[in-house]
Structures are given as structure tokens and as C-alpha cells.
Design a binder for this molecule. Structure first.
Ligand SMILES: [Ca+2]
Ligand SMILES: [Ca+2]
Length: 854
């Protein structure tokens, strides 16, 4: 029976076997043994075990992207796999540094050292194939430090989305993985607590000097996880220790299920061994993924689907396009060749070209027994693709306002207690830093007035980042000036801090958004003297806030005469007001000058007073930076000044706004040498073409040579991957790069259609809308038939989305696994909406509409 058992539809067959009373042991269905492959990980069909192919980057602490990780039937299900110091480590709990990682082919062993500097504690971990799984050993040269006895243990974490709604057996005793955390917790005195990152605390103990310790869901020697599901079945056996199963979500919504064994005290040598066997379905193949634009296609554009295949899959020769008739019938419209493209990362790729089909209608693609969801071909497919971003996403991000939509209030008017001067010599957990001086007239912790106005939550968290605000203003001004985006579906009342979605008020929304961003930037310059890096909550236990931003602070200004948690109704003794990180930078001064100079033009008719303040602030920043003698600091070639590449856009925007030729001269002086250095990047061909309408015919003629050079510089993308766009995927997904690439191509095509065709713009759009690796979901929530419905917005704890938000996209797990999860919202590098990417998408959408309408 064993040998002949074929599981083609794993779950179904297993269920039948169980129902028939067979005893199912993992050896019945496990496939071949794991082998160490040339890429440095353990592999068999259906199962890969990565051992620190990916390591903690330190950028945002535990990103659940490192350690011993299982790619289980095509899906990454485990992370961590390290000596850890808590039952359920949180994002800001200490992670060990990795040293001395060795991949030994002779013994098929991957080994490494782990080190906690804070406790001078080192351990070694080795992983080697055994039977149908791996043997994990923890080795100590010195006993664990006394302080960590009972705390240091070996943990591995399993993603809840792959395990809830499923069962486990602990030493044969059944249990269910909870959908929502409800395991027992106990309190312990703070003196017992292991340090968190840099002495911060994720927990607000309300002054009680205590912390929470999650209790186990089950304990035993052997755990079988998801025995009913061959795709996710994992057996873990502690050879000489106790195993416990925990739920990390007791402490943090982004926690995982954790299997853990505490290390024995006062021992050295091999102190712990686990046998871990992820089940492998024999002859498993990943289902082909047919990738296409979820929005569909304009009749006259190229239409090429990409088909992503398991390396063990045999490519089929043909794919088909079906049309859905008004009667609900499917008509085969076209059968064409599925043309081999080659290998990219771990998959093989085919391309299916159905450009010849131009009839408007509803279609789907069929390849083998896979059919896609439907999409459209028609002249208007792009007409509303940016509406959710401007109508919903941007309003939801608006700070200092109540934002309402129908029966739902997204959030109240937040951070009315903004803001305090950040202290000097301070490193903040979100990357902000203060040096030895404040660069302002304010003392540390002194209130800086006038900042409780305008601005957007930068991303899934709630800080104001001035740099991304500059990007947003630039994107919105460009959209307004290039495409006359007059859409009005939002009611904005600045005086009463109230925003209502889907409610026109007679004013173009894009101007109201420009106004909202400009209000905060101008307030920075007027009240502080210059723009600042950003404004953010001081305490880590505030920063991880999930919920209405109104409640991240108490919205009452801090009053040192009151006790913590005490209030007189007007102020409060709780030090929770946001801090302003005020160190000055010439680059930020000038990029803010650029965005405010641009904003001032668009606001002339909408809000004349604010337009004047924007221009005054921009001129002040220009004068204080460019007109003062340059320091003896190292100069970049071509006369670049300490503001670096920020000076060029500032000069251009000030010229367009004021028509003062001195700015034009400075722009041109900087531009040509910059183009000679590189045509790419924001200082390259893109800004040169943005300036085109304000320059003469000679300028356009001279620029053409650089446009040709640009085209040559992008030729490689067609060979790098089957999508023909630049895919970057380290640390943070690369959708921003794809959108910015497509926008640059738009400017080049518009000026020189003979140099670059419009397809270079549309390729970028197709990628964002679903024609990309891993899945075929549109990366813009609520745009396209199927799109990101679970993302890292401010509502991520509800496994939900914000319509119109654009996610970063694919992350690469070294050496060869691209990922963008749709069942788990907490990977910021994959799924966190950011305001500047989303507004660049508004511009790109309008560019595409402009192109296809011609
Ligand atoms: Ca409006
Ligand atoms: Ca407060």
C-alpha cells in the first residue's frame, strides 16, 4: 500500500484514508530524503530547509525573515530557528548575531554560531539530514549565563495563517491551533525580564514594574503539526528535552506559533537535539501561476501573460484565451504557443501572447487545467484605476483630521498634542536620530508650537516623514500640471479637521491633498526655521500601535506638574506627545524648497495665502543654503553643492514658479554634467524631461542623445527577468522602482516617441497590476479583479486593506525564493502601503490613460 499510494490531491486522499481507518504515519507519505543542494540549502521535492541563508538585518529587528526556514510545498511556513530568550519573542526582543556560518558538503551539514552581545552568550547550531527530515543540534562551549537559565531555549516559529483552522497532536493528545490567541498568561516582576532592543519596552505596564509571560498551549516530547494536511504536516521530536507550543500573538498581533525547548542549565557540549520532519508529498509540483494584468488590457496594447512553472513541471505547448459571452458561455477566442522564456530565480517561465485579440469583452486565460479569474479587454480599462488611491487611501492617511467614510470613521483627529523637541544624542527605534545639537531654538522636550496641522501618516505606522511628504507633493503637483486631475470625491474641512470620503465639495481633491501636505511642511519651516526629518512617538510601547491613531497619544499636551496617567482635562502627566527630530540637512532643506515651490503654483487659486507661505518658505531654504558660501566639504563633480542632487530640482521648481532666470541658469549648470555622469535616477533623464516645457528647442535637441543613451541603459531588463522591468527585492519590495521606471519611460516616450515605445510604460503598469512573480494579484488594493486584500495598512490587525494603497511587492529570500504573502499582513517589506509610492502610482495611471487614449 505504501509504495503504491499516490497523492495527487493530498488533502482529499488523506481524508479518505483516515475515514477508512488506516493509520497514517508520516513515513507513508514522506518523499525522498533532504539533500544539501548547490545553492546551500536542504532540498527535496516539496520541502526546502533554509539554514540562515537569510539573517537578521538589524533594520527593524525580528522581521520574521531569518534563521531556519521551511519552504513547504512552495510556501514559507517557518522562521526563527534560533536560541532565543523568551517563550514568544517579539519583534524588538533581542535576536542573536550570527557568526561562523559554514556549509559543509562533505558531511551535508550547515552550522553556525549565535551570539547575544548583551549577555556575552554564545551557542552553536548545526543542521544535517536524518531519515526523512533534519537533525538540529544546539552545542554550548560554556554553560548558559545564570541570568538566562530557564530563559534561553531553542525556538522555531510557524506562521499562524498556515496552521490555524488545523490540528496538532502533542504526544498523541489532540489540540487545535487557535484562530485567535487565548492561551493562559501570567505576570512576573520586571526584574526577571530579559532586555529588549536598546533598553526599550514594547509593554506599557502603567507603572507597575511587571511583564507578561505567555503560557504553553501544550507540552510533550513529540508534536505533529497539521496531521490532516500533507502540505503542512511537520513532526518535531525533542530527543532529550521537553517541547512546548506557544502562541506569540498573546503579546503581539504579528506573533507566530512557536515550538520551544528550554536549554538545560550548567551543561556544555550537545545540550539539545531535535528531529524535525516536514512532510514531503511524493512527486509534488507547484501549481502553475498564470500572471497577467488584473485590470485587463486596452485593445491596442501588447497583451502577454507570463506563466510561472515549478522546475519539475513539463511545459505545455499551448495556452488559450476564452471569452465569456452574455449567456455565460465560454468561447475559445485564441489558442497560441506558450513560448519558453527560461529560468528566473527558482522557476521556469513561459510567455503567452494574445495581443491579436482586440474585441472588447470579458476574458480569462487557460493553461492546462488552470483557468484564471476574468479580466477585461476594452478602451476604458484604465479609466478609474487611480480613483481608490486618491478617493480613499490618501484621505485615510491624513493626520490631524477626523476621516469618515459612510457609516465608518477611519480615525479621529489625531496628535493634537504635537509636538515636543526631541532630546539630543538620541537614537530612535524607527531610524530617527538626534545628534549633539537640536539645530533649533528649542530645548529638549520643549513644546514646538504650530505642528498639529496637515501631513499624512507616512505608511502603516503613524509618523510624519518629511522626505516622503516631499515625494508626495512632487507626485501630486506633477499629476495636476501634466494631466489636469480635477476629480472631486472628497470633502475636506481644514477649519474643523473633518474629512468625508465619497462626498464632493466642489474643490479638486488633488489640490486639497497638496494643501494638506504643504500645511505641515510650511509649519515646520515657519515654527522651527527649517524642515525636519520627522515627527514620531517617543515610546516603543506606543509605536507598535494598531487601531485609531487618535489613541496612540492621549491627545493632551504633556504637563510635567501632573503625575503619569493623570489629567486635568486640558493637559496630561503622561509623556506621550510625539517628538520632532530636528537636525538640519541641506539636502532636506532643498528638496523641501523644491516641493513647496511646486506646491505654491498649484495653490495660487485654491488657497492664495498658503501659496504665498509655500513660496516664501521655499525661497528662504534656497537662500539659506545656496546663497551662503559653500563649506570646504568635498564637492561632487559638476558643481554639485552640499545639498547634492536636491539643488537641481529646487532650481527647476523655483524657475518654473518665479520665472527668475537665475534659477534656470543654475539648473542647466548642474544638469548637463549630471546627465554625463548618469542618465538614470531622479537627477537623470527624468528631471531633464520634466523641464522640457520650460526650455527651448536647442535643449530638446541636445537632450535626445541622452534619451538614446537611456534606452540603451535599460535594454538588459528583458534578459534579466520575463517581465522586462527592474525587479529589486532586498529589505523592501521594489514596486517603487518599477513605478518610477515606468514614469521615466513615459517622459522619454512623450518627448521622443521614436526613441522609446509606450509599451515600456505599460509593462511597468502590467507588473504592478498583476503580471509579476509569485502570484497574479494586483499590488494596488481594490484595483483589478483580484488584488491585495490583506496588507500592512494601519488596519492590518483586522487582516484587511485600504483601497488604493500600493504595497512594496516581492521580497527575495536568498538564494532563490521571492515572496509576497496574501494571508499574513505583517511583513512590512512586502505589504506596507507608503504614501509616496501610492501617489507616484496616481501619476503613472494618468500617464497610461494619456498614452492609450492617443
Ligand atoms: Ca474635494
Ligand atoms: Ca499627550
Amino acid at each position: 500500500m505504501k509504495k503504491n499510494l499516490k497523492i495527487r490531491h493530498g488533502k482529499l486522499t488523506t481524508t479518505i484514508l483516515l475515514a477508512a481507518g488506516f493509520i497514517l504515519s508520516s513515513t507513508h507519505i514522506s518523499g525522498q530524503k533532504l539533500k544539501l543542494n548547490d545553492l546551500g540549502y536542504f532540498e527535496t521535492r516539496g520541502v526546502n530547509v533554509f539554514v540562515y541563508s537569510n539573517q537578521y538585518t538589524g533594520m527593524f529587528n525580528d522581521e520574521k525573515n531569518a534563521g531556519i526556514e521551511i519552504i513547504h510545498h512552495g510556501v514559507r511556513t517557518s522562521t526563527g530557528g534560533a536560541v532565543r530568550l523568551q517563550n514568544t519573542p517579539e519583534q524588538w526582543d533581542l535576536v542573536p548575531g550570527v557568526f561562523d556560518r559554514k556549509v559543509d558538503k562533505a558531511t551535508s551539514t550547515i552550522s553556525l554560531g549565535l551570539r547575544y552581545n548583551d549577555y556575552d552568550f554564545e551557542s552553536k547550531v548545526s543542521v544535517t539530514p536524518k531519515d526523512n527530515g533534519v537533525l538540529i543540534s544546539v552545542i554550548l562551549d560554556k554553560p548558559i549565563p545564570e541570568k538566562l537559565e530557564g530563559r534561553a531555549g531553542f525556538n522555531i516559529e510557524f506562521i499562524p495563517a498556515s496552521y490555524y483552522r488545523k490540528s496538532y497532536l502533542m504526544d498523541g493528545k489532540p489540540g487545535a491551533f487557535p484562530l485567535y490567541p487565548a492561551s493562559p498568561t501570567t505576570m512576573e516582576p520586571l526584574s526577571n525580564k530579559v532586555l529588549q532592543y536598546a533598553g526599550h519596552s514594547t509593554f506599557d505596564d502603567r507603572g507597575r514594574k511587571e511583564f507578561i509571560v505567555p503560557g504553553a498551549l501544550a507540552k510533550g516530547k513529540t508534536i505533529i503539526m497539521a496531521p490532516e494536511d500533507p502540505e503542512h504536516l511537520v513532526k518535531i521530536q525533542a530527543l532529550d528535552a521537553e517541547l512546548a507550543l506557544y502562541d506569540g500573538r498573546d503579546l503581539a498581533q504579528n506573533g507566530w506559533f512557536i515550538v520551544r525547548s528550554v536549554l538545560p542549565a550548567k551543561k556544555t557540549g550537545v545540550v539539545l537535539q531535535w528531529y524535525m520532519e516536514p512532510n514531503a508529498i511524493p512527486n509534488w509540483k507547484r501549481v502553475p501561476v498564470i500572471q497577467f494584468s488584473q485590470v485587463g488590457y486596452h485593445p491596442n496594447q501588447e497583451k502577454v501573460a507570463v506563466i510561472e512553472l515549478d522546475k519539475n513541471d513539463t511545459p505545455l505547448a499551448k495556452a488559450s484565451l476564452f471569452q465569456v459571452t452574455p449567456e455565460g458561455k465560454y468561447i475559445e477566442k485564441l489558442t497560441g504557443n506558450a513560448v519558453a522564456w527560461g529560468k528566473y530565480t527558482r522557476y521556469n517561465y513561459l510567455k503567452f501572447d494574445f495581443t491579436s485579440v482586440k474585441d472588447p469583452g470579458i476574458y480569462f486565460i487557460k493553461y492546462g487545467d488552470q483557468s484564471t479569474n476574468t479580466f477585461q479587454i476594452g478602451p476604458d480599462v484604465y479609466s478609474n484605476v487611480w480613483h481608490p488611491t486618491l478617493d480613499v487611501f490618501m484621505p485615510v492617511q491624513m493626520d490631524h483630521m477626523t476621516v469618515n467614510e459612510g457609516y465608518r470613521t477611519w480615525h479621529g483627529a489625531s496628535y493634537l498634542d504635537d509636538a515636543l523637541q526631541a532630546p539630543v544624542n538620541h537614537q530612535h527605534f524607527d531610524g530617527y536620530r538626534m545628534g549633539a545639537n537640536t539645530d533649533t531654538r528649542f530645548k529638549p522636550y520643549e513644546r514646538i508650537p504650530g505642528l498639529d496641522v496637515g501631513g499624512w501618516y507616512d505608511a502603516g505606522d503613524f509618523d510624519i516623514q518629511t522626505g516622503s511628504h516631499n515625494g508626495v507633493l512632487s507626485n501630486l503637483v506633477d499629476s495636476w500640471e501634466e494631466f489636469k486631475v480635477t476629480r472631486d470625491q472628497t470633502f475636506v474641512d481644514q477649519a474643523n479637521r473633518f474629512v468625508d470620503i465619497h462626498r464632493p465639495d466642489g474643490k479638486p481633491d488633488i489640490l486639497q491633498q497638496i494643501e494638506h501636505g504643504a500645511l505641515n511642511l510650511v509649519a515646520q519651516i515657519e515654527n522651527i526655521g527649517h524642515p525636519v526629518r520627522g515627527i514620531i512617538v517617543p515610546n516603543l510601547y506606543q509605536y507598535h500601535h494598531l487601531g485609531d491613531a487618535l489613541t496612540e497619544t492621549d491627545n493632551l499636551p504633556y504637563n510635567p506638574n501632573l503625575k503619569p496617567y493623570e489629567t486635568d482635562g486640558k493637559s496630561s502627566g503622561t509623556m506621550d506627545d510625539r517628538w520632532v527630530f530636528t537636525n538640519r540637512s541641506a539636502a532636506l532643506d532643498l528638496s523641501t524648497a523644491s516641493s513647496l515651490a511646486a506646491a505654491s503654483r498649484t495653490l495660487r487659486d485654491h488657497n492664495k495665502a498658503l501659496a504665498g507661505r509655500c513660496l516664501a518658505a521655499a525661497l528662504k531654504m534656497w537662500d539659506e543654503n545656496v546663497n551662503k558660501p559653500a563649506p570646504a566639504a568635498p564637492q561632487q563633480g559638476g558643481g554639485a553643492f552640499m545639498g547634492g542632487s536636491s539643488e537641481m530640482p529646487a532650481a527647476l521648481q523655483l524657475y518654473i514658479t518665479t520665472k527668475d532666470v537665475k534659477y534656470k541658469n543654475r539648473f542647466l549648470e548642474l544638469l548637463w554634467p549630471a546627465l554625463d555622469r548618469s542618465v538614470a535616477g531622479r537627477g537623470g533623464i527624468s528631471i531633464a524631461l520634466k523641464a522640457l516645457p520650460y526650455m527651448d528647442a536647442d535643449y530638446k535637441a541636445k537632450l535626445k542623445g541622452y534619451a538614446v543613451k537611456y534606452k540603451e541603459s535599460i535594454a538588459g531588463y528583458e534578459k534579466e527577468n520575463p517581465y522586462g522591468v527592474p525587479i529589486t527585492s532586498r529589505g523592501w519590495g521594489g514596486n517603487n522602482g518599477v513605478i518610477s521606471y515606468a514614469i521615466t519611460n513615459y517622459y522619454v516616450h512623450k518627448a521622443y516617441p521614436d526613441v522609446l515605445s509606450s509599451e515600456y510604460v505599460l509593462k511597468g503598469m502590467n507588473y504592478i497590476l498583476g503580471c509579476h512573480p509569485y502570484s497574479n494579484l494586483s499590488f494596488v488594493s481594490a484595483v483589478g479583479t483580484r488584488s491585495k486584500e490583506i496588507a500592512y495598512g494601519s488596519n492590518r490587525a483586522d487582516f484587511s486593506f485600504i483601497a488604493g494603497g500600493v504595497v512594496p511587492g516581492l521580497l527575495l529570500f536568498q538564494p532563490d525564493f521571492l515572496e509576497n504573502k496574501e494571508d499574513w499582513p505583517f511583513f512590512w517589506g512586502e505589504n506596507e502601503y507608503v504614501i509616496d509610492i501610492s501617489t507616484a502610482y496616481i501619476f503613472l495611471s494618468n500617464a497610461v490613460i494619456d498614452l492609450v487614449s492617443k
